[in-house]
Every structure is written in structure tokens, then in C-alpha cells.
Design a protein around this ligand. Structure first.
Ligand SMILES: Cc1ncc(C[n+]2csc(CCOP(=O)(O)OP(=O)(O)O)c2C)c(N)n1
Length: 377
């Protein structure tokens, strides 16, 4: 099979870019755990916290797999898998307080788990049934005021400016909440990313930018998107710290997130976190990554699985065992399967729901259209 490249030549024959990628990979990043789960930095975190993060990462992995399966069974429209990126999301999300706000993109399933969103809500959302909190609108996007998660928008990076505006409103109101805005490396190639970060820096908005650098914006590798050595470097131009962290090290992500959240809460303004990770699966269920990236690259990153790393650390600490691990995976699998069965019993949305919640109050044109639609049905 001819490997697709966004450029006319195959990726691995481009020597200049290969050396750029190598120098990119050599730039240091903050790590708390070695790939074998050894402590590289002294951190005093409770066993309970680490076990809780571990359980959430496993639950996210299992639910992610099932959402993928449901799409393949034709039961849901699309899913953007988060396999391999759990530590970047769970670690940073754990650094938030319950009252803080999240502005996600579309791949943040592990964040929802960390924010204690019930998995039924997530499954109902994907099935677009009568219990879907967003009534079938905005495919694959989740949001719920109760968990302080703002529904995102599909166009890349457009949610960053609203996150900054929201954070500024919090500051003007004299409140102490913090906003965490998640986006991918692809967002850094868009103008509104730069405008938003510039504005946030000038006005010291209480916002933490989490750029989950999973190495690709669909088929576009990160080293084709920027000549900068790191994405974290971009914060320098806006006058606030940029931190590069190992995105497969949940403890490192948590520690870096906690610092950034504290800084924001104390009025010192934003931080840009670049969490370096890898998307192990396809961009969405409508993508085939074998067409644009070498399989060996994916296999290499599988060796750095964030879940395995934390598991090794927990076993080293003596607070986890293989038996407990097996029980956890089986338990999550059963919980998710039961939840799917439960959610599938919910009745479908009425077709006229497409007219709901478009405006705060329905216009006369909409009313007429709704009536006509129902009459036609
Ligand atoms: C403005 C805009 N251009 C193009 C697209 C098509 N598109 C959807 S996702 C995506 C890549 C996003 O990559 P990244 O920001 O790195 O996030 P990731 O999906 O890797 O998590 C693109 C180009 C879009 N949604 N919006």
C-alpha cells in the first residue's frame, strides 16, 4: 500500500525534517516518573490521590474503547479516541478545584471522568437519545454546567478566546475560580491561539492553557506546523511561563497543573502547559492513521503507555498488586457494558428536537418550521 503523505515525498526520506524532529525530541521536559515507574523528582502525594488518578485513567481507557466499538456497530456517529493521552488530561484536570471551569476540545473524555461526570451522561450524549443533555446537537461534543464544563466547538482553536474572556469576567467579578482551556498542537497554528494568549498575558487572566501535543493535527505532524523547538516556547512572546511536561506521566502533569492553577488563582496570570504525548489511535473513527504515519512510531509510543507507567509506580510503592489491577479492568469493563445496556434502553429523541435550544426563545420562523416538519412527519 502506498503510504499517504501530505507532501509528495514519504516522511522518512526527508532528512532535514528527521533531524528537526530529533532535535525537537531532545528538548527537555518535566518528568516525575521514569518509564519504569521510578520516582525522578521528590513528590509527596497521597496513595489515595494516585490510586484515584489511576482508576480514572483505566475507566477512561475502557469507555473510550467502547465508544469506538459503538461507532463501529453503527450506534453512534463519531468518536475522537483519547487512548494514550489519559495522563495529560487526568493529571491536569486533577489540579483544578470543583468550582473551576473547563473549556475542552473534543478529545477530553478522561477530563469528564476526572470531573466526575457520570458515564451514563457521556454514553447518552454519544447515543443522542432522549437523555442526551445536548439533545443531539453538536456531535461528539460534551458540556454540562453542573460539572463546569463548557461545550466546545468543532472549529480548531475557536474556544480559546471565549475561555480567556470567561476568565477575565471571573477576575472582574472578584471571584477566585480558574479556567483551564484544553486544545491540541493544531491550535497553535491558528491566529486566534496567539491573539487569545496575548490578551490573557496583558490582562493577567486566571487561565491555564493546556496544549495536548499528541504530535499530529490529523495527518499534519507537529514539526511541519512550527519551526519553534517546543510549543511551550510560544508563551515567552506573551510574557508568561510556558512549561513542557511529559504528557504520559500523570504525576508530572498534575504537579505542573497544580502550580499553574495556583499561579492563576493568586492573580499572577496564565501559564501555557505543553503536554507531550501521542495519539495511539486514529484522529476520529473516520480516520486511518496508517495512511500518514509509520506503524513503528505508534508501536514505540505504546511502550510509553501512561497507564502502565503509573501502574508500575503503584506496585513499586506497594499499594497495588496484579490481582487488584485485573479486578479493576474487569470491573470497569462490566460497569461500562452495563451502562451501555441501560442507556440503549432510553427512548430516542423526538425528531423535532433539532429545533430545541437553537435560540433562547424560539423565533416565529422556527415555530412555523417546527410545525411544518411535524406535519410532514
Ligand atoms: C478551523 C478548522 N480547520 C480545520 C478543521 C478540521 N480539523 C478537525 S480536527 C483537526 C486537527 C486538530 O488537531 P489538534 O488541534 O492537534 O487536536 P487533536 O485532534 O490532535 O487532539 C482539523 C484540522 C477544523 N475543525 N477547524
Amino acid at each position: 500500500m502506498r503510504r499517504f503523505s501530505p507532501y509528495s515525498r514519504p516522511i522518512d526520506s526527508d532528512k532535514a525534517f528527521i533531524s528537526m524532529v530529533q532535535s525537537y525530541k531532545q528538548v527537555s521536559m518535566f518528568q516525575a516518573l521514569s518509564p519504569d515507574g521510578e520516582e525522578l523528582t521528590e513528590f509527596k502525594l497521597s496513595h489515595d490521590l494516585l490510586l484515584s488518578m489511576y482508576r480514572d485513567m483505566v475507566m477512561a481507557r475502557v469507555l473510550d474503547k467502547w465508544l469506538f466499538n459503538l461507532q463501529r456497530m453503527g450506534k453512534i456517529g463519531i468518536h475522537a479516541p483519547s487512548e494514550g493521552q489519559e495522563a495529560s488530561y487526568v493529571g491536569t484536570a486533577y489540579s483544578l478545584a470543583e468550582n473551576d471551569w473547563v473549556f475542552p476540545l473534543y478529545r477530553e473524555l478522561p477530563v469528564y471522568i476526572a470531573r466526575r461526570v457520570p458515564i451514563d451522561d457521556i454514553i447518552n450524549r454519544h447515543l443522542s437519545n432522549s437523555r442526551d443533555p445536548l439533545k443531539g446537537h453538536d456531535f461528539a461534543i460534551y458540556g454540562d454546567r453542573r460539572y463546569r464544563i463548557v461545550p466546545a466547538a468543532i472549529p480548531v482553536s475557536v474556544h480559546i478566546a471565549p475561555a480567556v474572556g470567561f476568565a477575565l469576567a471571573i477576575k472582574i467579578l472578584g471571584e477566585k475560580d480558574v479556567v483551564m482551556s484544553f486544545f491540541g498542537d493544531g491550535a497553535t497554528s491558528k491566529g486566534d491561539f496567539h491573539e487569545s494568549l496575548n490578551f490573557a498575558g496583558v490582562f493577567k487572566a486566571p487561565v491555564v492553557f493546556v496544549c495536548v501535543n499528541n504530535q499530529y493535527a490529523i495527518s499534519m505532524p507537529v514539526y511541519r506546523q512550527t519551526a519553534a523547538k517546543t510549543l511551550a516556547d510560544k508563551a515567552v512572546a506573551y510574557g508568561f511561563p510556558g512549561v513542557r511536561v511529559d504528557g504520559n506521566d500523570v504525576i508530572a502533569c498534575y504537579l505542573v497543573g497544580r502550580n499553574a492553577v495556583e499561579r492563576a488563582r493568586e492573580g499572577h496570570g496564565p501559564t501555557l502547559i505543553e503536554a507531550v504525548t501521542y495519539r495511539l489511535g486514529p484522529h476520529t473513527t473516520a480516520d486511518d492513521p496508517r495512511r500518514y504515519r509509520p506503524v513503528e512510531e505508534e508501536q514505540g509510543w505504546r511502550m510509553r503507555d501512561p497507564i502502565k507507567r503509573l501502574k508500575k509506580h503503584l506496585i513499586r510503592r506497594g499499594v497495588w498488586s496484579e490481582k487488584e489491577d485485573e479486578d479493576l479492568w474487569v470491573g470497569c469493563e462490566n460497569t461500562v457494558k452495563e451502562a451501555i445496556e441501560r442507556c440503549e434502553r432510553n427512548p430516542p429523541l423526538p425528531p423535532s428536537a433539532i429545533f430545541d435550544d437553537v435560540y433562547a426563545s424560539e423565533t416565529w420562523i422556527q415555530m412555523e418550521e417546527r410545525e411544518e416538519f411535524i406535519r410532514l412527519l
